[in-house]
Design a protein around this ligand. Structure first.
Ligand SMILES: Cc1cc2nc3c(=O)[nH]c(=O)nc-3n(C[C@H](O)[C@H](O)[C@H](O)COP(=O)(O)OP(=O)(O)OC[C@H]3O[C@@H](n4cnc5c(N)ncnc54)[C@H](O)[C@@H]3O)c2cc1C
Length: 518
């Protein structure tokens, strides 16, 4: 017999299978010897009260042996000799599009400007060690896209549960832990993601797809409002319909589209700083315990959101037990982001703290039309580079000092490996952003006692929260509104915000492309 139960138990019990079996036997009146296995189906932490509970949904195999797989496998058949389609960009949008094309019997040709995910790692190390940013291989560019060296958080606001589960199952099929199917806030971790990405690439290659690294799309070939293919910096031409999944940092792509009259529009983004606290402090606050999280609870997370003077101010991409990383994609930029390993074991927690901005908030950039907020991002990232000493050193300020408009010269220890330099962020960040951040922090400090503290440090600047441009597509066919056969996809096109939603969008674009080929 198979029985499913909802349980609410203490963390130490949730972490121990034998104790869990004994508990189920006792509570549900089942003979413990008849329980062959327990499988956890869903897990979430309830930290609202002083006593922390873990909510579990479990499947109990009573006098039965588990036969069912822990995840659902997708069948990928050979596509050699089949019709082909081009996927530009090997981020989650592009990779999931390519895999879906294979499912649909279409051969994907994946073209990626950066290096493969292992080679890329060396360039990422150089940013921290020698302050050298390779414009084609960095935290944004290369196999796996912007998400490859990230926390690998896999939660999404997408309401389509089936689509989300498909993406998580494909990750499991390629080597991710099945805990991502269980946890309320699943994440893979920066140490595990590269292997998963390599396995996804191998599936594409084994099925007869093609993958080209260090090959940048430099132009789309468009005739009579229909896409014919792409040209690359390697002198190659690839023919076929195109899924354009180039991410939010491919500024050259946006510029090419504007110059060549392929319709795009300006889009709002969110801009601010990375905020870093000691993880112990966040554990103490979130778990209401002076001793921190103990042995059975994960590094605590937080999430804040408020409205200040008509704009949202919120935490973004929180990385418990993580690191702040230098995420610039070109010279003369300082941009920060966050990541964490699978064990979330670092001494720090960090999160983007950002203010929502709209193109009309900065009229001085209106002259750049569709690229207005892209220019705003570029200027702010350059300003940050200047403030940081023209290296990858990042300007930083303690949290309370920022709200009091005070520059203190000593900074706390930080996970940001290129180093910090004390800087009056309150002074040089646009006041539209700094005033709202300051008021937001004061509100968050009231909501959560101890959060607003000088033990925390603000690190500038977080500008790449989403795309400042939308590549306009038809909501039904997902084709570009004027160019047939062109499928703007994922975060860079303005239709996703995160790994899972980019993956979902990739799959949808592949399905629409299959319809187009019919
Ligand atoms: C440090 C960091 C941490 C993050 N953490 C998380 C997280 O924990 N959870 C989460 O959900 N999201 C996270 N994100 C955001 C997430 O990575 C993105 O939302 C997601 O990767 C978007 O997917 P995408 O495929 O649309 O674009 P991208 O991932 O940006 O991929 C675009 C790809 O296109 C390539 N490309 C660009 N231009 C060209 C060209 N002209 N020719 C060929 N190739 C090109 C790029 O090299 C890149 O590989 C993080 C981002 C960063 C930078």
């Amino acid at each position: 017999m198979i029985q499913e139960y909802q349980l609410r138990v203490l963390p130490e019990l949730a972490a121990n299978e034998q104790q869990l079996k004994a508990y189920v036997a006792r509570e549900k009146g089942v003979n413990i010897k008849s329980i062959n296995a327990i499988r956890i189906l869903k897990r979430s932490i309830d930290a609202r009260q002083r006593t922390i509970f873990v909510n579990l949904k479990i499947r109990t195999y009573i006098n039965e042996v588990p036969q069912d797989d822990e995840y659902t496998r997708t069948i990928y058949n050979k596509v050699d000799g089949k019709k082909q389609a081009i996927v530009v960009g090997a981020g989650p949008g592009g990779l999931f599009a390519a895999l879906k094309l294979i499912e649909l019997g279409i051969k994907p040709i994946v073209v990626e400007r950066g290096k493969n995910v292992r080679e890329r790692k060396k360039d990422i190390a150089l940013i921290s060690r020698e302050h050298i940013v390779n414009s084609e291989s960095n935290y944004s560019f290369g196999e796996g896209g912007a998400g490859a060296y990230s926390d690998g958080k896999l939660y999404t606001r997408s309401k389509k549960r089936g689509n989300t589960e498909k993406i998580l199952n494909v990750f499991c099929q390629h080597g991710a832990s099945t805990s991502i199917l269980i946890d309320a806030h699943p994440h893979i971790g920066t140490d595990k993601l590269p292997r998963v990405i390599e396995n996804m690439r191998n599936t594409i290659l084994e099925c007869g797809g093609e993958v080209y690294f260090e090959t940048r799309m430099d132009a789309l070939i468009i005739k009579d409002n229909e896409i014919k293919g792409i040209e690359t910096n390697t002198g190659q031409t690839f023919l076929g319909p195109v899924i354009l999944a180039t991410g939010h940092s491919a500024r050259d792509v946006y510029r090419w589209l504007k110059t060549n009259n392929v319709a795009i529009e300006a889009k709002g983004i969110a801009v601010g700083v990375r905020l870093e606290h000691p993880q112990q402090l966040i554990d103490r606050i979130q778990y209401h315990n002076r001793d921190g999280r103990g042995s059975f609870l994960p590094a605590a997370e937080y999430s804040f959101v408020t409205q200040v003077d008509g704009r949202g101010v919120y935490s973004f991409c929180m990385c418990p037990g993580g690191f702040v990383v230098p995420a610039a994609s070109g010279p003369e930029q300082v941009v920060v982001n966050g990541m964490s390993p699978s064990n979330r074991g670092s001494r720090w927690s960090n999160s983007g703290m950002v203010v929502e901005i709209h193109p009309e908030d900065f009229p001085e950039y209106a002259q750049f039309g569709e690229l207005s907020l892209l220019h705003f991002q570029e200027d702010l990232e350059r300003q940050c580079w200047l403030q940081g000493g023209m290296k990858q050193t990042a300007p930083a300020q303690r949290m309370v000092d920022f709200t009091r408009k005070k520059l203190g010269n000593d900074l706390p220890e930080s996970s940001y490996s290129p180093g910090l330099i004390a800087s009056p962020l309150h002074f040089w960040l646009p006041s539209f952003i700094s005033d709202r951040l300051s008021k937001g922090f004061q509100q968050f400090g009231k909501m959560s006692h101890g959060f607003l503290t000088n033990e925390a440090v603000l690190i500038g600047v977080e500008t790449r929260t989403s795309s400042p441009v939308r590549i306009i597509r038809d909501s039904e066919t997902l084709q570009h509104i004027t160019v047939r056969g062109l499928f703007p996809c994922g975060e860079g096109a303005g239709y996703a915000g995160g790994i899972v939603s980019a993956g979902i969008d990739g799959e949808r674009c592949a399905e629409s492309l299959a319809e187009y080929l019919k």
